[in-house]
Design a protein around this ligand. Structure first.
Ligand SMILES: NC(=O)C1=CN([C@@H]2O[C@H](COP(=O)(O)OP(=O)(O)OC[C@H]3O[C@@H](n4cnc5c(N)ncnc54)[C@H](OP(=O)(O)O)[C@@H]3O)[C@@H](O)[C@H]2O)C=CC1
Ligand SMILES: N[C@@H](CC=O)C(=O)O
Length: 403
C-alpha cells in the first residue's frame, strides 16, 4: 500500500497549474493541502483559502509530508527546498537553475536527513531521462549524451526555418505559450540547456560541475546568412548541449548551436519538442523524444515523481559513488563555424586549423578547429561582435587537446 501524500505546492504558474489539472483527473492517494504563491492580488482559479503567501504555513505544517516546488525564483526555491529536506519532507522540483547551481548541497542534505529530492520535470519536460540515466543505464558506459534540451529556443528555430517567422515574433509566441523562462535570455542564451545538461551529466557520469565552468553560446546572434548557409547544405541549426566522455579520465560539456544533418535524430525535432541522444558502449545509440516545455508535459513528469515518492523512491547517484577518476575538462578540440565582422576575433580564437574562409560583402565566415577554452576566453567578445558560432561536426570529432 502506498503512503498518503499531503502536499504543499509552491507556485501556481504554468507548471503548477498544469500539474493541478492533471491531478484533478486522477484518483491518487494524495491531497494538495496548501499552495504558496507570491502575489496575493492575482486572480486564481481555485478557492482563496487554498492559497498563502507565507511559506512557513506550509513548511512548518507537520501534516504536510511532501513539498512540490514550482516557482521561478532560484534563491527562494533553494531556501524552500533546503528547509523542506532538512525537516524530513520529501521534495519534487522543476527548478533546473536552482538544482544545477546547488546540486552538491542538495545531495548532502538528502544524505544527512534521509529525505528525497526528485526533479524529472527539470530536464527536458516530459522526457523521463533522469530516471533512465539513474536506473536503466546505471551499469552502462555512456560515451555521450546530447540533444535538444530547450523548448523555447527550438520553437524559435523551427518558426524561423520552417515558417520564416522572425526571431522576435517567435520568441514572443514562446513566451505567450508559457515555454520561456521569466528571463528569456536563459533560453536563447543556452543557460537553461546548460543547467539541464549539468543535471543529466551528474546522473550519466557522476561528475558535478559548476555552471560557471561550462560554455554556453546561444542563438541570439543567428542571422539570415547563417540560415541560408545551413539551407544550402541541407542542414538545420539546433541548440545542442553535449556531454562527452573523451577518455577514461576526462569528460567535456558545452552548449552550442549545431549544424544538424538529415541523418541525425535531432533534425526532425521541431518546435517545443526536445530530444535526447544517448550513445552507450553496448546499447549503442538510443533516442528519447517528447515535449520539453509547457504546463501539462512538465506537469506529467512532476506527477510521475510525486507518485514515485509514495513508494519512497530516491536517487542513489550511483555513478557518483562508483570509484572512477573522471574529471571535467575544457581542454578540448572541436570544429566550428564562425560568422564574424571583426578580424581580431578570428585571431583571438587562434584556430588550430582553418578549413574554409569566405568573404562576400558584409558576410564573412571561417570554419575550422579550435580549442574550447578559446571560446570560453572570448565569450564576451563574441557577444559584443554579434558573431555567430556553431558546432560544425559530429560528436566523434570532439577530442581531448593533444598538448
Ligand atoms: N514553463 C515550463 O515549460 C517549464 C518550467 N520549468 C521550471 O518550473 C518553474 C516554474 O515555471 P513556470 O510555472 O513556467 O513559472 P511561472 O512564472 O508561470 O510561475 C511561477 C510561480 O511561482 C510563484 N512564485 C514566485 N516566487 C515565489 C515565492 N517566493 N514563493 C511562492 N511562490 C512564488 C508565482 O507566484 P504568482 O502566481 O503569485 O506570481 C507563480 O505562481 C521554474 O523554475 C521553471 O524554470 C521547468 C520545466 C518546464
Ligand atoms: N524554458 C524552458 C522550459 C522547460 O524547461 C524551455 O523552453 O525548455
Amino acid at each position: 500500500m502506498s503512503k498518503k501524500l499531503n502536499i504543499g505546492l509552491f507556485g501556481f504558474g504554468v507548471v503548477g497549474q498544469g500539474l493541478y489539472d492533471i491531478i484533478r483527473t486522477k484518483n491518487l492517494n494524495l491531497e494538495i493541502v496548501k499552495i504558496a504563491i507570491k502575489d496575493p492580488n492575482k486572480q486564481r482559479t481555485l478557492p482563496e483559502e487554498l492559497f498563502t503567501t507565507d511559506r512557513d504555513e506550509i513548511l512548518n505544517n507537520p501534516e504536510i509530508n511532501t513539498i512540490v516546488e514550482l516557482i521561478n525564483d532560484t534563491e527562494a526555491a533553494f531556501e524552500i527546498v533546503s528547509r523542506a529536506l532538512s525537516s524530513g519532507k520529501n521534495v519534487v522540483s522543476a527548478s533546473k537553475k536552482m538544482i544545477a547551481t546547488y546540486l552538491n548541497e542538495l545531495i548532502e542534505l538528502q544524505h544527512k536527513h534521509g529525505t528525497s529530492l526528485l526533479y524529472e520535470g527539470a530536464v527536458c519536460g516530459s522526457i523521463p531521462i533522469i530516471r533512465n540515466l539513474e536506473e536503466y543505464y546505471d551499469n552502462e558506459l555512456l560515451h555521450s549524451i546530447s540533444g535538444i534540451f530547450n523548448g523555447s529556443s527550438n520553437y524559435i528555430l523551427s518558426k524561423g526555418f520552417l515558417e520564416n517567422l522572425d526571431y522576435d515574433s517567435a520568441l514572443k509566441q514562446a513566451q505567450e505559450l508559457g515555454f520561456a523562462e521569466t528571463d528569456p535570455t536563459m533560453d536563447v542564451g543556452g543557460f537553461d540547456a546548460k543547467f539541464k545538461l549539468i543535471i543529466a551529466a551528474s546522473h550519466a557520469y557522476g561528475v558535478i560541475v559548476d555552471p560557471k565552468d561550462v560554455l554556453n553560446i546561444g542563438i541570439q546572434n543567428l542571422s539570415a546568412n547563417d540560415i541560408q548557409y545551413a539551407r544550402e547544405k541541407n542542414l538545420k541549426i539546433k541548440l545542442v548541449p553535449v556531454a562527452k566522455e573523451l577518455d577514461a579520465r576526462h569528460v567535456a560539456m558545452f552548449v552550442l548551436p549545431k549544424f544538424v544533418t538529415e541523418s541525425e535524430f535531432l533534425y526532425n525535432v521541431e518546435y517545443e519538442y526536445n530530444g535526447v541522444t544517448v550513445q552507450a558502449a553496448f546499447a549503442d545509440q538510443q533516442f528519447f523524444f517528447g515535449k520539453g516545455a509547457g504546463g501539462h508535459p512538465t506537469g506529467s513528469a512532476v506527477l510521475s515523481d510525486i507518485a514515485a515518492l509514495r513508494y519512497d523512491y530516491a536517487y542513489e547517484y550511483k555513478k557518483a559513488k562508483a570509484v572512477r577518476d573522471l574529471n571535467f575538462t575544457n581542454n578540448v578540440e572541436l570544429n566550428i563555424y564562425l560568422r564574424y565582422e571583426d578580424e581580431e576575433l578570428v585571431n583571438a580564437l587562434a584556430f588550430i586549423h582553418i578549413k574554409e574562409r569566405f568573404y562576400s560583402g558584409d558576410y564573412k565566415f571561417v570554419t575550422g578547429k579550435i580549442n574550447l577554452q578559446k571560446l570560453i576566453d572570448n565569450q564576451q567578445r563574441i557577444s559584443d561582435n554579434k558573431a555567430f558560432v556553431a558546432f560544425a561536426d559530429q560528436l566523434t570529432g570532439v577530442s581531448l587537446a593533444s598538448a
